[in-house]
Design a protein around this ligand. Sequence first.
Ligand SMILES: [Zn+2]
Length: 485
Amino acid sequence: MLKLYNSLTRRKQVFRPIHDKKIGMYTCGITAYYSPHIGNMRKYLEDDVLKRMLVHKGFSVTHVENVTDVGHLASDADTGDDKLRLAAEKEHRSMKDVAGFYTKMFFDDCKMLNIIPPDIVCKATEHVHDMIKLLEVLDSKGYLYKAENGMYFDTSKFKGYGKLTGLSFKRLNAELKEGARIGKVEGKRHATDFAVWRFSTPDQKEMVWDTRWGRGFPGWHLECSAMSMKYLGNHFDIHTGGIDHLQIHHPNEIAQSEAATGEKFVNFWLHSNFLTVDGGKMSKSMGNIYTVQQVIEKGYSPMALRMFMISGQYRQTLNFTFDALSNAEFGVKRLYSFIERLQENRNKARNVDTKEFRKKVRELKSGFFRELDDDINMPEALARLYALINETNSRSESTKLNRSEARTVIKAMLEIDQILGLGFSGRITAKPAKLDKEIQVLVDEREEARRKKDFDRADEIRAMLKERYQVTLEDTKEGVRWRKE
Ligand SMILES: [Zn+2]
């Protein structure tokens, strides 16, 4: 039974879908005006794990993710300009070019980290019509008013505004005022009110639309309400986002959607915590903001980064260090060679008393999934995985695994990898029986050279294997093993 911590109720709840086996899941996507860094990627990896879990349980998931390519203002106070417009000015490119460039970069990174792509990726600029329709409904119901720089949503008119935060309307307003966020926009009534439509200035020509309220562009919060409801319906199962959206963006989404439809918007709100670097916040001045590309250029594999990022519990902060990443790299290699060894074991002779071992393996595998069912407790789930590996290794050392035992472990590992997404199956299909003869001849020749103590020749062959075939050799007790990079 899957239990998830719901930010809306502030407790773990049994997850029950609205429509039997079909689940609607919406993820707040990127604002495409800068190179996404590893801190951004954590949330998308956590969402990926959740989605894989739901699919593993037999649900059919429709996953929708937006790309903000207009409307995200540089300041929470509804002053300042659109982040995309500012980036476009700085880079002397059109907003469309800037958004296209960084959106591609983001999805390339996602692919590299083996994140399953959303079923629907929706761009704000392609849904302005839907947003305007939503605004018309809100306007007709009396939720909008005009202020100096745009149309605003009157949060005092929506009963239960901010319920996601657990704070009262009064308290929220007081807190925002303390943050000196009010008073900057002429005509704005409450600190919690937010722009749903920003008027453009006459010099702004790109990404502006004409409406009955005036020429301008949509507010950032509006797009998520309009697009999620368009693709998933007025009421859907899961909405995810970074913890930084808990105070403003998500309460605003709820207010707009529920005010317009009169229905409950989302059942489960899930928020991923931050990634820290070297124990602190990532910041430009500290020089500790890394992109996926930069990490890989330092020689780490994307799968090590994936493994590290999903290894924590999503509601806790996770601290990134290069030492921790090196450990993850080592861990992933260990997993791969474990799988490869199992592959070899598949052909070993039978032994007796296999039932108990196989039962133990299945129990540990179930334990992995049981821990995930507890609000995605990945650290505990991984502990079950490592126990499974240790159990197998000690069995292997004492009596050697027989074929059916190895198969049971392989099956368990593949099922676990449906969640981890580290590509175990790729390691299994590379069957030793299908080894390229040419490589095997060279490996044998190197062995022969070593026996004759002709180490120059042995080294030469090793280098050639690496260069020509991308093959690395590993000398083990049972002889030399090789694998393609
Ligand atoms: Zn959003």
